[in-house]
Design a protein around this ligand. Sequence first.
Ligand SMILES: [Zn+2]
Length: 270
Amino acid sequence: MTGTTVFLFGLAVGSFLNVLIHRLPRGENFVSGRSKCSNCHTVLRWFDLVPLFSFIFLKGRCRYCRERVSGRYLFVEILTGCLFLALFFLRRPDSFYGYLDLSFWLFASSLLLVLAFIDLDYLIIFDKILLVLVLITFLYQVFGKYVVQLEPAIVGGTFNINHNLLTAFLSGLVFLLIFWVTRGKGIGLGDVKLIFVLGFLFGFPGILIVVYLSLFAGTIWGLALILFFGASMKSRIAFGFVLVNSAIIFILFNQFLTTKFTPYIIRLYL
Ligand SMILES: [Zn+2]
């Protein structure tokens, strides 16, 4: 499998993620529903929907009414393509199980992208996506531990369901406490569910690194909003969005992040 194939596959997946991001919050059917132009409502044909190429060929406009198509669609496609390419080259699978492991992380990060963009638009963490994420993580853990006895791809993580479940409950509990203490002003209930799922996905210390990354990114985002965009201390940032993106960064660079930061983080607690 070459990088080009992986990138094209990522573009195609990204195009489907766009459909999910657009339709899930509206309660629309994402399997049978036909894609329409949001301006003239013409049902789009397959050649209007070829990832990347249709956008370039039509110069980012609808073929029928010439209305501008949001650049977001193109952005999500290219982002997914690049993400798939990066994961492929960082993991360099060389066996059937290597590819299976890569497929899992491609699937998981695709779901995380959908969560991120829905949260950015609506400030909600979409429950159904979280459920699918929990389910595939469970299967991945069981399969890795009992069927193939894989070396876990996440450094420091193990194929130990009990360990990951405990991490999930503890992280969820900490976030639930923050939710109660701040009366939902600091984080939402969606973020509590999200951290539970991420804890289950990454185990310890992975989840701690994800939280640190999020606090760092969230602080910078908040400061930038206040300094450059005149936002007040009260304006909300989509913390779920930050959390999910930190999770994707952790999936990409966990080897580096875990070996670099775990000793430092552990020292904070000793
Ligand atoms: Zn149109």
